[in-house]
Design a protein around this ligand. Structure first.
Ligand code: GLC
Length: 655
């Protein structure tokens, strides 16, 4: 059962697609303090809190404080309160009550999950204008299902987007991209996608291609396609200010850019230097920007990733000017304890400064709204611009799309990657823990940069991360400029990487079936154990996941580990894969086990009465037959009981 409550006069987010009547009166379970602009909920000792999408810390969110304020912050340490997304849905799961709550407002919201006082959950608002959806149901899964129903079906990518993708900031030329493809082919490692980061563009101009380093682009796209490889270019939010550049000129003449109070277009800076930000909240601007993707679609491109759409701001022209003026005051002075730090702060605060988000406005549904009031909707609407355009421009075909910044609602138009993580073991664990919470909020096509984006990876970390990544729908190795090169063929254990990635291709019938069924039935693909088992131990497992109907995963995420402890809530069949066609099987009884898992091995646990179909892998997803010729690993089950989902992989049949 879902009830909708309203506080104040919220700015619509269009994240909920079902009309629900507003219930008058107090919100059950909560007390309201208008003065403090807060809702309070008493927590009992046993209450757990699941959800909140892409956030830091574990699966159970209790004990930390989170702020919905989409942030371009590449250092995801545990003390961070905001990452790239605002996904304000969570479930309070206690012995005597269980409900989900969706806080539907674009404004900044703070979720104090028992941080200030361990017995109290406090939701605080900047303005106190919000819709609230209270979702009750018999089980955690039922609560998620009901919530997902009202926010609309999750985005479905083409089937090839379940292949392996290689990215780097940046491959600088077509020849470098060819080399990556050649190396993968020479090493016999499957690959479906090579991503183009910002340097494929002409001086970082959206919807342009540098014709010196990427000459004859349509021919190049076709050449790669003939090899079965899709090129997936990045699109950034900011449009370079440059006379004669068509996107800039059209944006000006169509009045599509965000404006300052005085009506002038805001000037900010990102990769291209000075840019204007398209007003993605304005329907007209959204349609215009969406249509621009045609430039690349027409050249054979069929997938994109949207970036810097919090939006990330290096500086705004006005703020920079102010800083330069203020710096004058410090010239020739003996900078002491106070003035030195003030001076340092002045320059250090020019990027992603919260004051800058108050310097510009949107035209949202005919109203002028200051950016900070709708900040969390910006990336969502950039991706919506693309998604709506794809429906117009290629109505018969799915296009790959995922975004860095997001808000619930965006899950209908694209997936997400979890932004600029680091090559840290703790971020492999974070990746594991973020997946189910993303799924709860509708984001099924998701994943993190495998191997870590920032900092130097190591072979063992990359192996373990790849061994987990073979299960995430978005399976992409990506790394930052200046870090150690991370393409898997560069490492000694090339054979191990090949076997891991082949296993992914072999799992395709299962992964694709479970993904498509999860979309169809509003289910989660990844679940914490607590969503299916109610024994006390299952409620606390933070490093194992249920994947689809048949599997439990227990990834190894610690350096130098040769195995790990695994908790089994029921008897399961453990498969230790060395390769898709080389594995041991062992029935393990419910309880705790220490199990060995060498660096190149993958552990998979098949639940009783369930089936894991496996295909013969291929170098491309197109070569994997997911409908016939499958083998099955069964644990007291019959393969015929498994519902295999197959389709042509590109038609928009589910939407
Ligand atoms: C941002 C993105 C990252 C990309 C880089 C350059 O940091 O998050 O993935 O490689 O920009 O475009």
């Amino acid at each position: 059962m879902i009830r909708k409550y309203r506080i104040g006069n919220p700015i619509p987010t269009e994240s909920v697609v079902t009309e629900i009547e507003i219930t008058e009166g107090n919100i059950p379970f909560f007390t309201t303090d208008v003065e403090k602009k807060s809702l309070f909920l008493k927590l009992s000792e046993s209450d757990k809190i699941w959800g909140l999408g892409e956030t830091t810390r574990g699966m159970n969110k209790r004990g930390w404080i989170y702020i919905s304020n989409n942030a371009d912050d590449p250092v995801h340490t545990e003390d961070k309160r905001s990452l790239y997304a605002s996904q304000n849905f969570f479930i309070v799961d206690g012995d005597d009550r269980r409900f989900g709550i969706y806080v539907d407002t674009p404004e900044r919201v703070t979720f104090d999950m028992g941080y200030t006082r361990s017995s109290e959950l406090v939701i605080s608002f900047d303005d106190f204008d919000s819709d609230l959806y209270l979702v009750e149901g018999d089980s955690l899964k039922e609560i998620v299902r009901q919530f997902r129903k009202i926010i609309g079906k999750s985005y479905v990518p083409p089937r090839w987007a379940f292949g392996f993708g290689q990215c780097r900031w940046s491959y600088m030329s077509a020849d470098e991209v060819r080399e990556v493809a050649d190396k993968y082919d020479e090493a016999g490692i499957p690959l479906d996608m090579i991503y183009l980061d910002i340097d494929y563009m002409e001086r970082y101009k959206d919807f342009s291609v540098d014709d010196k380093s990427f000459p004859d682009f349509p021919e190049f796209v076709q050449e790669m396609k003939n090899r079965g490889i899709h090129l997936v270019p990045i699109i950034d939010a900011g449009v370079k200010i440059e006379e004669g550049y068509d996107v800039y000129e059209e944006g000006l003449s169509g009045d599509y850019f965000c404006k300052k109070e005085n009506g002038e277009n805001l000037v900010a800076a990102v990769w291209p230097g000075k840019v204007h930000f398209p007003d993605f909240l304005d329907e007209k601007a959204r349609e215009w920007f969406g249509n621009k993707y045609k430039f690349l679609l027409d050249q054979g491109i069929d997938g994109f990733w949207n970036d810097m759409n919090e939006p990330a701001i290096f500086y705004t022209e006005d703020h920079l000017q102010e800083v330069f003026e203020q710096i004058e005051d410090y010239k020739g002075k003996n900078l002491d304890i106070n003035s030195f730090f003030d001076f340092k702060g002045l320059v250090g605060s020019i990027s992603n400064n919260s004051e800058d988000y108050k310097r510009f406005y949107h035209n949202y549904k005919g109203q002028k709204i200051r950016h900070d009031k709708v900040h969390n909707l910006y990336g969502y609407n950039m991706t919506r611009a693309a998604g709506e355009a794809f429906e117009r421009l290629c109505p018969d075909k799915r296009v790959l799309m995922f975004s860095r910044s997001s808000f619930i609602g965006m899950h209908r138009y694209g997936g997400v990657w979890c932004g600029d993580n680091m090559s840290w073991w703790s971020h492999l664990l974070l990746n594991i823990q973020q997946m189910p919470a993303l799924n709860m909020c509708g984001f099924l096509y998701s994943g993190a940069d495998i191997g870590g984006f920032g900092a130097d990876t190591t072979e063992d970390l990359l192996l373990r991360w790849t061994a987990f990544g073979i299960f995430t729908p978005l399976f992409r190795n990506h790394s930052a400029m200046g870090t150690r090169r991370q393409e898997v063929y560069r490492f000694e254990k090339t054979d191990s990487f090949r076997r891991l990635i082949e296993l992914r291709y072999s799992l395709l019938p299962y992964l694709y079936s479970e993904f498509m069924k999860a979309v169809r039935d509003d289910e989660m693909l990844f679940k914490p154990l607590s969503f299916e088992y109610d024994d006390a131990r299952s409620l606390e497992v933070e490093d194992q996941l249920l994947l689809g109907e048949s599997l439990m995963l227990a990834p190894v995420y610690k350096q130098n580990a040769t195995g790990r402890y695994v908790y089994l809530p029921e008897d399961m069949k453990m498969i230790r894969f060395r390769a898709y066609d080389d594995y041991d099987e062992e029935i393990l009884q419910a309880g705790d086990h220490y199990v060995k898992a060498g660096l190149s091995e993958v552990l998979v646990f098949v639940k009783k009465g369930h089936v894991l179909p496996l295909a013969k892998p291929s170098k491309r997803t197109s070569g994997v037959n997911t409908a016939a010729g499958l083998s099955y690993i069964c644990y007291e089950a019959d393969p015929s009981g498994y519902e295999l989902y197959t389709d042509d992989g590109v038609s928009r049949i589910m939407e």
